[in-house]
Design a protein around this ligand. Structure first.
Ligand code: DQA
Length: 140
């Protein structure tokens, strides 16, 4: 199975940014462990701080990937363009968040992309990504 993880703005600083919220582990370190746990599957990774680059990535891989896991960071709460890109491709897309966005500020409780996604996983720390991988492996 070919799974693509897309991380949006500031997620390149995971492990160093707001460690009380997002933890002290870098995403790259976690990704190594995730790939090692699923040696039969290909887990590709893309990160960008730019909305258009995220859309380009969805368009480039969204017709061939078996599953896409997206943490759009703050664009989650604002980006109709990313929601439209998710709707425009055929690969199933799962929204993930490290933190429990529903237990935080009011504006984080709104996701522009959730209605375009197959489902959403939030609040399990970096393990949110593994839960999304499990969904694709077991159900798609
Ligand atoms: C986040 C939650 C967003 O509200 C925030 O802007 C992020 C990270 C998360 O993974 O918990 O950058 O997507």
């Amino acid at each position: 199975m070919n799974i693509l993880i897309i991380n949006g703005p500031n997620l390149n600083l995971t492990g160093r940014r707001e460690v009380a919220v997002y933890g002290s582990r870098s995403f790259e370190d976690y990704l190594e462990e995730l790939r090692a746990a699923y040696p039969m599957h290909r887990i590709e990774y893309f990160q960008s701080n730019h909305e258009g680059d995220i859309i380009d990535c969805l368009q480039a891989h969204g017709f061939t990937a078996d599953g896409i896991i997206i943490n759009a960071g703050a664009y989650t709460h604002t980006s109709i363009a990313i929601a439209d890109a998710i709707r425009s491709v055929t690969s199933p897309v799962v929204e993930v968040h490290i933190s429990n966005v529903h237990a935080r500020e009011q504006y984080r409780r709104v996701s522009m992309i959730a209605p375009a996604c197959r489902g959403s996983i939030a609040g399990f720390g970096l393990d949110s990504y593994r839960l999304a991988v499990e969904f694709f492996i077991k159900s798609v």
